[in-house]
Design a protein around this ligand. Structure first.
Ligand code: ADP
Length: 468
């Protein structure tokens, strides 16, 4: 009995275990197929969601594979470009996206957002792209193109773009209004300023002390208003490309020397020292060109390189005067130093002060329109917040770059990099200009970080000058 029981028990146990495994197996199978079904349905859901998003959003979404063939072209892309999705898919992005410049000329492939993303392997944003639609209409667009990367190789391009024609139109209308309004208001303001100057001129008018005080305040405010209208006008023009600009070959050493002697009065009014240094061709890495071994113009005979650039001297005078005036305005004691240096491809100007300095959190916004640092030190100092914006726009006109380095409480240095042209190029351009004075000259490019100069200094870049 015992045995039977044992056997029976064993059988029972085996059956029970077997049954248990079977049930568990069945359950597992049911569970697996349930989860597969769930997964499939959730994938369907996700795809449906993706499809809904892609077909609903107004932005164009495009995916091009490794060969540049368009694999995905959503209805938004179709609406903007005029290409039907089924026609665009299977074509190269080069056939569908006809990028053009402001003059309507086709852009070389490597400067289009797609081309740049392919070459750099990085996301490229271009808010000022223009494309020709299928029906040959120019459309203002904003593009973001990101490469997909596998094992270090670009395997495709994901592009999101949108039509910004309406925004551009509104911006242009706004700029047009500001420009007309400030232009119209400058004339009466200039007249008020003129009459106030006359009233304050003791030779032509007699006023009592109290009235003089009021008129002086009115005069200062009117001057400020006039400067504001002028800045508004200049910035509106800078934005829509109407800024008068006649580039010519300028030797920056002579130019800066002359400018420094014109500017130093405003520093002296505040008892600030002024110096100007021309550096050698010593170049350190990265952004800042080393001017630690300057050639002072105070000496008798100096050998210095000639730094030729292609700029409109009047525009650059505005920029440097603005930076110099700011340096004086935001400095209570010490000095303002101007410097010029460069390497084979870049001319660098700096304006350094020993003033208030700029808080690090304000630095990224400083060159935006109307941006002013708001603290107790600056609140009492008047300004429009347009000066640095205008400076940036002018420097960019010559494919240059402007930036600032600053230590709070110790001072700031504003740097400008401009493309340098060598002496032969300068002579050639001057000769060309002589034979055809109306010819406009295209500026070279220094907007990228300057490369370290070659150790060899081009003989043509160095010249001997004698200064008093
Ligand atoms: P603003 O007319 O206010 O001077 P800017 O555009 O020229 O306008 O300058 C923007 C702001 O940058 C200024 O309000 C000031 O706070 C700051 N800033 C400019 N230059 C200097 C400087 N050299 N030192 C300290 N702060 C400066």
């Amino acid at each position: 009995m015992q045995n039977i029981y044992v056997i029976g028990g064993g059988l029972l146990g085996t059956v029970l275990i077997g049954g248990g495994v079977w049930v568990a197996f069945r359950r597992g199978k049911r569970k697996n197929s349930a989860s597969t079904t769930k997964l499939a349905s959730s994938l369907r859901d996700e795809k449906a969601k993706g499809d809904i998003i892609l077909s609903t959003i107004e932005d164009g979404v495009v995916f091009a594979d490794e060969q540049g063939t368009i694999r995905l072209f959503n209805p938004g892309a179709a609406k903007i470009t005029g290409w039907a999705t089924e026609d665009a898919q299977g074509l190269s992005w080069k056939s569908v996206f006809a990028f053009i410049n402001k003059k309507g000329e086709p852009l070389p492939e490597d400067v289009t957002p797609f081309g740049r993303a392919l070459i750099s392997g990085q996301t490229v944003r271009d808010n000022d792209a223009i494309i020709n639609s299928k029906s040959n209409t120019a459309i203002d667009t904003s593009f973001t193109v990101s490469p997909t990367i596998h094992e270090g190789k670009v395997t495709g391009l994901v592009c999101i773009f949108r039509d910004v024609s309406e925004e551009r139109k509104e911006e242009n209308q706004r700029a047009e209004f500001i420009s007309t309004a400030s232009h119209e208001m400058r004339t009466p303001v200039a007249a008020i300023e003129g009459y106030l100057s006359l009233a304050l001129n003791e030779k032509v008018a007699t006023i009592d002390g109290r009235a003089k005080d009021y008129l002086e305040k009115a005069h200062a405010s009117t001057k400020h208003l006039g400067a504001l209208f002028q800045d508004l006008l200049t910035s509106a023009k800078a934005e829509d490309g109407r800024l008068m600009n006649h580039p010519e070959v300028v030797e920056m050493g002579d130019f800066m020397e002359q400018l420094t002697s014109d500017l130093h009065f405003s520093a002296e009014k505040k008892n600030l020292g002024v110096d100007f240094m021309i550096g050698n061709n010593n170049v350190s890495s990265n952004n800042v060109i080393d001017a630690s071994t300057p050639v002072s113009l105070a000496g008798t005979k100096v050998v210095r390189p000639l730094y030729y650039t292609l700029i409109d001297p009047e525009r650059m005078r505005e920029v440097i005067t603005n930076l110099f005036d700011n340096a004086c305005k935001y400095t209570d004691q010490g000095k303002v130093s101007l410097g010029l240096t460069g390497n084979d491809s870049v001319v660098q100007i700096y304006i350094r002060d020993t003033g208030h300095g700029i808080p690090p959190e304000d630095i990224p916004h400083l060159f935006q329109k109307f941006y002013r640092v708001d603290n107790s030190a600056t609140r009492t100092i008047g300004g429009t917040g347009l000066g640095l914006f205008i400076c940036r726009k002018i420097v960019e006109l010559y494919k240059g770059r402007i930036w600032v380095e600053s230590v709070l409480g110790q001072g700031s240095t504003f740097y400008i990099n401009l493309p340098r042209i060598d002496a032969q190029e300068a002579a050639k351009l001057l000769a060309q200009k002589g034979s055809n004075p109306d010819q406009s000259i295209a500026a070279p490019d220094a907007s990228t970080t300057p490369q370290a100069a070659s150790t060899e200094t081009a003989a043509s870049n160095v010249s001997t000058t004698t200064t008093p």
